[in-house]
Design a protein around this ligand. Structure first.
Ligand code: ADP
Ligand code: MG
Length: 723
């Protein structure tokens, strides 16, 4: 008997769980259908109120309380028209996920019936019980109060299914004492810091703007496997990754999946997911197969960082939700399968004015574009001086499996800037930049093919932080993580670098003949200090590790190497200086993330142990009994029993090894009870992980030797190739 029918998994899916297909969409019609757009508001609000609100949304001015009541009425009408019965403040606690608590619009009236109600106060402020969200020591459990506060700059939206729908209001989440317990508050604060410094710098270049903001677009990678397999793997269910599992005979060696034709079921899933995302006003643009079998990617067009972060969370939720309509599980973990590429989330980042000027657009002649060079220099300075923070912003247990694994950038932060800009910088450092190398046209050797304009620089896939034409791409971000803290770090460190360069310039300008000369000097000085952060070579190579060490760059291979640095004086001062995070808020984040690391590994350790003991061990014993019986019978018949005996021995030896490793793991888990969370996390990294690896080695050996019909777990071959 097969342990279950893989063919059924491949065949028994329908177009969605109702078995019918949805109507082909008219993209422009449905786009933003489930969001409360500014246009909706504009129509429904008195002009005076709208003007007030617009100032808050577009220029970041303080919210006028009168506005809330008017908006609440309009919002409720709109939501109820869409069939919503409930509303929720939708927020992003430090779990990295989203949270919601629904309240209905219903309120009893005098006559024994009910009316609906939603006031300005309901809109502006909520009060969820904060005691069950991670707070990292920011409050005691008996101080349960927490507040959510409406973010008028991110549109409210409707979540729906066949049975009904509810209104979601994006909010920030803070403790009773006003400390940020969430991911949104620091984004808004850091974007404000960036706005302030960018405006100050733009004044030097005589550019006026209402507001500057960072822009963000994320390329999300994910795996899809049949749910049939997912639910039979305790490790996928508790940990999101396979804790055991032998390498299949075929993995990604053939390079045949990347950009391959999209399988039928997956395409159906993508179409429905995109439709749902369009309704939420999320501008998805790109989809394709990724490198590993059953790995895919989706990317939207960039938006302002706050909205992009909200949309990123919605995107992850939607992918997971819609996949189930097709009998699929969408896996966002950074490393679901050993030996195959993991998943990342390239975070594309730039700075733009509200009038739409991209400040990282070099134009055709970057050597001549002082404004571009100024901001570019500030970013290199920011990255050079804050390698630790960038590394910390992507540090979590799952990403440790990926970074530096010859599939993802190394844990050393550096930046790739391409030939053209490297050349311009060299010229600058040698006295002055006179020209920019041009890409020109590239012929393809056939008269029927057009000549293509060539970029002035190639791409580099191994750099953790690469300049890609008119934006930076932070490629080390993990696929499952909230993008908020990486954005907060980028906004803050760049604001700080701009701040310092502006101050130098303001000090210098009196001693120089011209602004241009003063600018040139400031840029040159800064670049000569931070140029070591530029690396255009192969980031996967061992030589780079050596060279980076010679250059004095930080190499923090794991979460536990990186996280303790978050509370270094330099970092606390930086966050406080720009009013992004208080000292207590920085400490709380460190504690929460260390705790998350610890919890993740404890769950993995427990799951590994129970799978090995209750699934693998019994399967191997059954097989051994069969072999032993076989040896006895063969002997009775006077035949040669060497084959069965040898197999029996191998399995038996491995079972003994497995047992030993299990004891090691138990001991290691029990020993992790020190005083500080960071110490415990260190202990886990040094003792629990090696024991888990030993168990995995034994189990994977058994998988290759125990009879297939005894093996209780779906294997890689099935999970990855049944589509
Ligand atoms: P690439 O070819 O470099 O991958 P794409 O145009 O495919 O570039 O864009 C990849 C991602 O980068 C998309 O999500 C896109 O919206 C985003 N992106 C493009 N320009 C910017 C920008 N100025 N700021 C932030 N993100 C951007
Ligand atoms: Mg890209």
């Amino acid at each position: 008997i097969r342990r279950y029918d893989t063919l059924a998994a491949a065949r028994n899916w329908s177009h969605n769980k109702n078995g019918d297909t949805f109507d082909a969409m008219n993209v422009t019609e449905i786009f933003g259908e489930n969001t409360f757009q500014q246009d909706d508001l504009k129509e429904q609000l008195p002009k005076r109120i709208w003007k007030d609100l617009e100032k808050t949304i577009e220029e970041g001015e303080e919210l006028n309380p009168d506005v809330a009541d008017a908006v609440a009425v309009a919002m409720k009408d709109w939501a109820m028209d869409k069939g919503a019965t409930h509303f929720t403040h939708w927020f992003q606690p430090l779990t990295g996920l989203t949270a919601e608590k629904h309240d209905s619009f219903i309120t009893p009236n005098q006559g024994g019936g009910a009316i609906t109600e939603f006031s300005g106060k309901d809109l502006i402020q909520g009060e969820p019980d904060a005691s069950s969200f991670p707070n990292g020591g920011l409050r005691q459990t008996f101080e349960a109060r927490g507040y959510t506060a409406w973010d008028p700059t991110s549109p409210a939206f409707i979540m729906e299914n066949e049975n009904g729908s509810y209104l979601c209001i994006p909010t920030a989440f803070a403790s009773w004492t006003g400390e940020a317990l969430d991911h949104k508050t620091p984004i808004l604060r850091s974007n404000e810091a960036l706005n302030k410094q960018v405006k100050r710098a733009l004044e030097i270049f005589d550019v006026e703007t209402k507001r500057a903001t960072s822009t963000v677009g994320c390329e999300q990678e994910y795996f899809l496997i049949d749910q049939e397999f997912y639910y039979r793997r305790p490790d996928l269910m508790t940990s999101g990754r396979t804790l055991v599992g032998a390498k299949p005979p075929r993995g990604q060696e053939l390079d045949d999946h990347y950009f391959g034709s999209i399988p039928e079921r997956v395409l159906s899933f993508m179409l429905e997911a995109e439709q749902e995302l369009y309704k939420l006003g999320i501008p998805v643009k790109t989809r394709h197969n990724e490198v590993a079998p059953s790995q895919y990617e989706i990317a939207p067009i960039f938006e302002n960082c706050n909205i992009a972060a909200d949309h990123q969370q919605l995107m992850m939720i939607t992918l997971k939700r819609v996949a189930r309509n097709y009998g699929l599980e969408c896996m966002l973990h950074e490393k679901p399968f050993d030996g195959l590429n993991g998943s990342g989330k390239h975070l594309n980042w730039s700075i733009s004015t509200s009038e739409g000027m991209n400040l990282l657009e070099p134009g055709d002649n970057p050597h001549d574009n002082m404004q571009f060079l100024f901001f570019f220099t500030a970013i290199l300075k920011a990255v050079y001086e804050n390698q630790d923070l960038l590394r910390i912003s992507i540090a979590h247990a799952a990403n440790d499996h990926r970074l530096g694994g010859n599939e993802a950038p190394p844990a050393i932060i550096s930046t790739y800037i391409g030939d053209q800009l490297e050349d311009v910088i060299e010229q600058l450092l040698n006295g002055g930049a006179k020209e920019s190398k041009q890409g020109g046209l590239m012929g393809l050797g056939s008269p029927v093919l057009p000549s293509l304009p060539k970029h002035a620089g190639d791409r580099n896939r191994t750099s953790p932080f690469a300049f890609t034409g008119n934006k930076f791409e932070f490629r080390a971000v993990g696929s499952s993580q909230s993008i908020s803290f990486p954005i907060v770090v980028l906004n803050t460190i760049v604001a700080d670098a701009i701040d310092e360069l502006c101050t130098e310039l303001e000090d210098n300008v009196d001693d120089s003949d011209s602004l241009e000369e003063a600018l040139g000097a400031v840029i040159r000085d800064s670049l000569s200090e931070s140029k070591d952060i530029i690396f255009n070579g192969d980031g996967y190579s061992d030589e780079w590790e050596e060279e980076a060490e010679e250059r004095g760059l930080l190499n923090l291979p794991t979460t536990i190497d990186a996280l303790p640095k978050l509370t270094d004086d330099k970092n606390i001062e930086l966050f406080e200086k720009h009013n992004v995070l208080s000292e207590a808020e920085v400490y709380s984040r460190q504690e929460i993330w260390a705790e998350q690391y610890l919890t993740t590994l404890n769950i993995e350790a427990d799951t590994t142990e129970s799978m090995a003991k209750t699934m693998i061990y019994p399967a191997a014993v059954r097989y051994m009994n069969e072999l032993a019986e076989n040896v006895e019978r063969i002997e009775k018949l006077g035949l040669d029993d060497e084959g069965s005996k040898a197999m029996l021995k191998k399995v038996n030896t491995t079972l003994n090894e497995l047992n030993e490793a299990l004891e090691e793991l138990r001991e290691a888990v029990l020993e992790s009870n020190g005083d500080s969370i960071i110490d415990n996390a260190k202990h886990v990294k040094e003792n629990v992980i090696p024991a888990m690896t030993k168990i995995r080695d034994a189990v994977d050996f058994l998988e290759r030797h125990v009879a297939d019909d005894y093996w209780p777990l779906p294997v890689y071959r099935e999970m990855l190739f049944v589509k």
